[in-house]
Design a protein around this ligand. Structure first.
Ligand code: NAP
Length: 251
């Protein structure tokens, strides 16, 4: 942390795995106490223990982002144990693939409940604390699939496209409070989610690399590095933006 960079309390949803875990580790390494929210409380606590073993300050909190009461209780726990949150990263997400004609209302609602409504509810729960302190940073993890569309992923892509619109709207509404809201749509990132898709034959790693100009799969740390910048004091003039981290696949 530089002398001009203050330590802030951060919440990272989906912090027990993949991109969320890498972001939690990076924000903690930057000097911020971090609360990891995940529906899998064990993975959130194991991730927090890993961060503490690396010298950071972290707590793991079991929170399913589709449960508004659990979000509010989680934010209260963060306030009590760490302090008022000023950074929120929404990384919790699910993918359920399938042909559009076979998408059930249940699948549609589940995907939107996590990816879109969960993101909105976490923003709504944390924003009052940011307003109180006159400073805040929100980074919503969307998806590069929202640039292009993907056959067979209509529910997922529509939920992530809506996260981009949500991000722009919140940015306009809360900029007067010193709060920035941006979104990172990752490209093809090596995480348990991506490996699960490859294992199911939904994607081919070789094909994805061939479509990526920089010639490699992205890492969760690639996303964490960009997040670290967006939540810094120095990024105060960047809000409502879609910051692609995708190896050049979408320009
Ligand atoms: P991941 O390794 O599966 O991590 C996602 C985490 O979110 C998991 O720990 C998951 O728990 C958790 N989660 C799911 N539903 C939740 C809920 N209702 N409440 C709280 N936590 C929940 O996947 P990832 O690749 O890191 O994905 C992180 C974000 O990046 C997602 O929003 C994803 O859509 C987005 N993204 C990823 C890629 C990529 O290539 N990896 C590309 C574009 C966008 P469980 O393990 O219990 O499900």
């Amino acid at each position: 942390m530089t002398a001009s960079q203050k330590s802030r309390i951060a919440i990272v949803t989906g912090g027990g795995s993949g991109i969320g875990l890498a972001i939690g580790r990076r924000l903690a390494a930057d000097g911020n106490p971090v609360a990891l929210f995940d529906r899998d409380g064990d993975s959130a606590k194991a991730a927090a223990a890993q961060i503490e073993s690396e010298g950071g300050t972290a707590i793991g909190v079991p929170v399913d982002v589709t449960d508004r009461a659990a979000i509010d209780a989680g934010v209260d726990e963060v306030k009590t144990r760490l302090g008022a949150p000023q950074i929120l990263v929404n990384s919790a997400g699910v993918t359920i693939a399938g042909p559009a004609l076979e998408v059930t209302r249940e699948v549609w609602d589940t995907v939107h409940a996590v990816n879109l409504t969960g993101t909105f509810d976490c923003c709504q729960a944390v924003l009052p604390h940011m307003i109180d302190s006159g400073w805040g940073r929100i980074v919503n993890i969307s998806s590069s699939s929202a640039h292009s569309g993907v056959a067979g992923m209509s529910a997922y892509v529509s939920s992530k496209s809506a996260v981009i619109g949500l991000t722009k709207s919140l940015a306009l509404e809360f900029s007067k409070h010193g709060i920035t809201v941006n979104t990172i749509p990752p490209g093809f990132i090596d995480t348990p989610m991506m490996r699960d898709h490859a294992g199911q034959g939904l994607i081919s790693v070789e094909d994805q690399i061939a479509r990526t100009p920089v010639g490699r799969v992205g890492t969760a740390e690639d996303i964490a590095t960009t997040t670290s910048f967006l939540v810094s004091d120095g990024a105060s003039y960047i809000t409502g933006q879609v910051i692609g981290v995708n190896g050049g696949r979408n320009t």
